[in-house]
Every structure is written in structure tokens, then in C-alpha cells.
Write a new protein. Structure first.
Length: 278
């Protein structure tokens, strides 16, 4: 009798199906785990950690950033502190742009006071600047001046008669006798006196020079308001930060110098927030 060979069944035995289901469940669980872990990695992972470029203001110098730089170094950041000539906006913008050119990788630009004016101009059109951070700083729009920004707000205390010492070339420093009260009333007298002695003479032309295109219109910004500032009216600081749609923190008891001294730890955290935001 002729027997027709039996065809192999396409139906897998129950035990085989169970094993395949278990394997599929394990693979799915691993996939979910990987996706969840990946979503928790900061967006900047895989790219170089940005360098922090700290730009000082008028009547000041790079040493003003010593406490902030130390805090950033402790957390693994590289900092650069260019020395502005304070001879005029064009020269100072050129100094910062040269610093950016010489610093590899992405950068966060940080500005204090007039340094905010410089930063807003120096970062324009650059793809290597990821964000801007300000403490008690000017944020001009195109064509605006420091004098113009201050219209309608409390004037700087150092503009009182006798508070500025001006040489024959129009370069000024704040009278040491008035420095603490005008600029750093929240600092102890010894530290304030040290800052007064290390002032960089500043051309008064910076008060009247119009800004170029403002980088904060294209870059994310963070702003630390000094709540009892006697150089830049805190109300002006709030208005400039709001216009720039900046992420804002307020240091309630900070003088014009308070953001990088008494509040340096909190300000470091704000800079690092900018550095990790992508």
C-alpha cells in the first residue's frame, strides 16, 4: 500500500509558543528600559561641554569673576575671562569676539553691567554661542544706548556730583570714597576697598554709543536681577529681562556687585542651567 508522507505541521507545539512569548516580553522590556534611560540623558550629552566666557563690566576687570569661576571649575567647567580695554564698545566687542574665536567648541557668554551690552553685540551671528547669561546687566536693542536705556529710571548713584574721577581723556573711575555705597554696599568695607582699588578706567563714551544688532533676540537668555542695585535700577533690569524673554532669578539683597560675590553660588547654578539647556 502506498503511503503519502505526512507534511510537517505549521503549528508550533504549545511549549515552543510559550518560550517565544517569554522571549518577546523580555526583548520588549529591554527596549522600554533603553528608551527610558535615553530620554533621561541631558540633551547636550554627546556634545562638548560648553566653555563659559565671563565678561566684566565698567570700572572692573576679570578678577571680578574669581568666585564664579572657582565655582564653575569645581563643577568641571572651563572658563575664560577676557580683559576689556573699556576704551569703547567696538574695541570691547572685538576683544570678546577674538576670545570666542580662540576658544574651541560651544560657549555660554556671561555679562555683568556694561559687559551685558558687549555680550549682546559680540554674540550676534555666531553659531558657537549657545546662550547668554546676565547679572545686573544692560540688554540693549539695536540702536539703543546706556543713557537711553536709563531714561525714566533711577540714575546710577555714581553720577552724583563728585562721585566720578575723570581724567583729561574722558576716562573715569568711581571715587574710592563713594565706591562701596554706589557699587557694592552689600560687601564688607575691606572687599569693597579692594574692588575700588582695582578699577579699570572706563571711557565715558560707552554711555552714548548705540548698540548693534542684539544677540538676545536669537539666543536663549538667563538674567539674575540685583534687588537693591544702585547702578542699574532693578526695575530697568526687570524690564530688559522681560523684553528678552529671559529666565529670571532675583537676588533680593544684591548690590550691583552682589551677583558675583554674595550670590556667586546661586549665580553659578544659573550659568550651569544655561550650559545644560539644549
Amino acid at each position: 500500500m502506498h503511503h503519502t508522507p505526512a507534511r510537517e505541521s505549521s503549528v508550533r507545539p504549545p511549549r515552543t509558543r510559550a518560550r517565544l512569548l517569554i522571549l518577546a516580553a523580555v526583548v520588549l522590556a529591554l527596549l522600554v528600559s533603553v528608551l527610558t534611560t535615553t530620554s533621561a540623558i541631558p540633551a547636550f550629552a554627546g556634545t562638548p561641554r560648553p566653555s563659559i566666557v565671563l565678561v566684566h563690566g565698567a570700572f572692573s576687570g576679570p578678577s571680578a569673576w574669581d568666585e564664579v569661576a572657582a565655582g564653575l571649575h569645581k563643577d568641571g567647567y572651563t572658563t575664560v575671562t577676557p580683559a576689556l580695554t573699556l576704551s569703547g564698545l567696538a574695541d570691547d566687542v572685538a576683544t570678546v569676539r577674538a576670545t570666542l574665536d580662540a576658544t574651541p567648541g560651544p560657549k555660554i557668554l556671561v555679562g555683568h553691567s556694561y559687559g551685558g551690552f558687549v555680550v549682546s553685540n559680540a554674540a550676534t551671528g555666531r553659531t558657537d554661542v549657545a546662550g547668554l547669561v546676565f547679572t545686573a546687566a544692560f540688554l540693549p536693542d539695536q540702536g539703543e544706548t546706556i543713557v537711553g536705556l536709563g531714561t525714566g529710571y533711577a540714575p546710577a548713584a555714581f553720577l552724583a556730583p563728585g562721585h566720578l574721577v575723570v581724567d583729561e581723556n574722558g576716562f573715569a573711575t568711581i571715587n574710592p570714597a563713594n565706591f562701596r555705597a554706589d557699587f557694592a554696599q552689600d560687601l564688607n568695607p575691606k572687599l569693597a576697598a579692594s574692588m575700588a582699588a582695582s578699577q579699570t578706567p572706563t571711557s565715558l563714551s560707552i554711555l552714548f554709543t548705540p548698540s548693534g544688532q542684539a544677540a538676545w533676540r536669537d539666543l536663549p537668555s538667563w538674567y539674575a536681577i540685583s534687588g537693591v542695585d544702585r547702578v542699574i535700577d532693578p526695575a530697568l533690569q526687570r524690564d530688559m529681562a522681560s523684553r528678552a524673554r529671559a529666565t529670571v532669578v532675583t537676588f533680593d539683597d544684591a548690590s550691583h556687585a552682589g551677583g558675583f560675590t554674595h550670590y556667586s553660588t546661586r549665580f553659578v547654578k544659573l550659568v550651569e542651567q544655561a550650559a545644560t539647556a539644549r
